[in-house]
Design a protein around this ligand. Structure first.
Ligand code: PAF
Length: 285
């Protein structure tokens, strides 16, 4: 058994129009496929809030910085459809690239401020690609609610900004990061780790969590972050792109003694780039 798959905007709109005639509440869960328990938790959360849930699957070429990363991205559509069916998702919208970006496509959605720094500094064009495809998915599905994971915390801010700034009548619902038993944040990229790298991978989450705990207790920020960076490198990561403190509400750089904060990190383990973040109440010095 698997969930029905729709490939064209026209067919998607036809199904959505039927649901609208019945006054049903519609949710969308945007994904790039290779579904794991993190995605499935978004679908479950969506099913609790909506009558109909559309999961989208589109490996969006516009948000990849490197052709190698795009080529290596796992594509497992049939498995994904089978995973979704028992949950009760109603539709898998899986368009081909020509449906999303037909010949002559010339529009980009660009979000400033929240997309600057962090991943935005290391992945030029990434958030413009995300913003463009997410805007299209919001408009194509016409959903009332959209579900995103907090693992991609900067992306969450970008999509919130799009909905607000473009007056798209959709509620953005944030769901907590889902972790493996050893703490590693679930990601479609985890499957690309070698056995040895997989053993080392949870050290990123561990270091970020421990650093956040120390900061919450008033540990000195510079020393805590330096120690956490070293712990990540000692675990076998080759490079820490960033380990930064930001205000949870708007991702602005954190001063001292402010409200809820996030500690966000990105690091490379072999050819795999992993990200993580954790919320904490700062007690900065
Ligand atoms: O988080 C993802 O999987 C992607 O960035 C998204 C939101 C589906 C847009 O392609």
């Amino acid at each position: 058994m698997s969930v029905p798959i729709v490939r064209s905007v026209a067919e998607l709109r036809r199904r959505v129009a039927e649901w609208r005639r019945e006054s049903l509440k519609i949710a969308v869960v945007p994904t790039m496929g290779a579904l794991h328990d993190g995605h499935l938790s978004l679908v479950r959360a969506a099913l609790e809030r909506a009558d109909r849930v559309i999961v989208t699957l589109f490996v969006n070429p516009k948000q990849f910085n490197s052709p190698a990363d795009l080529a290596a991205y796992p594509r497992t559509e049939q498995d994904d459809a089978v995973k979704l069916a028992p949950l009760g998702a109603h539709l898998l919208y899986s368009p081909v690239a020509a449906e999303m970006y037909p010949d002559g496509f010339a529009t980009a959605v660009s979000v400033s401020k929240v997309s600057e720094g962090l991943c935005g500094a290391f992945r030029p064009g990434h958030f413009e690609g995300v913003a463009t495809v997410v805007t299209k998915l919001f408009l194509q599905t016409g959903a009332d609610l959209a579900f995103f994971g907090e693992k991609d915390f900067q992306q969450l801010h970008v999509v919130r900004r799009i909905a607000r700034d473009l007056d798209i009548p959709i509620e953005i619902v944030a769901c907590p990061t889902v972790r493996e038993a050893d703490g590693l944040a679930m990601s479609s990229r985890n499957g690309r780790l070698t056995a040895e790298q997989r053993m080392a991978a949870p050290k990123l989450a561990e270091a970020v969590l421990q650093a956040a705990e120390q900061l919450a207790k008033g540990g000195p920020a510079a020393a805590v972050l330096a120690e956490a960076t070293q712990a990540i490198l000692n675990a076998g990561y080759q490079r820490v792109e960033y380990l930064e403190l930001r205000a949870e509400e708007d991702l602005s750089p954190l001063g001292t003694g402010e409200g809820p904060a996030r500690l966000l990190a990105a690091a490379w383990l072999g050819s795999v780039r992993l990200i993580d973040n954790v919320s904490f109440q700062p007690n900065l010095r």
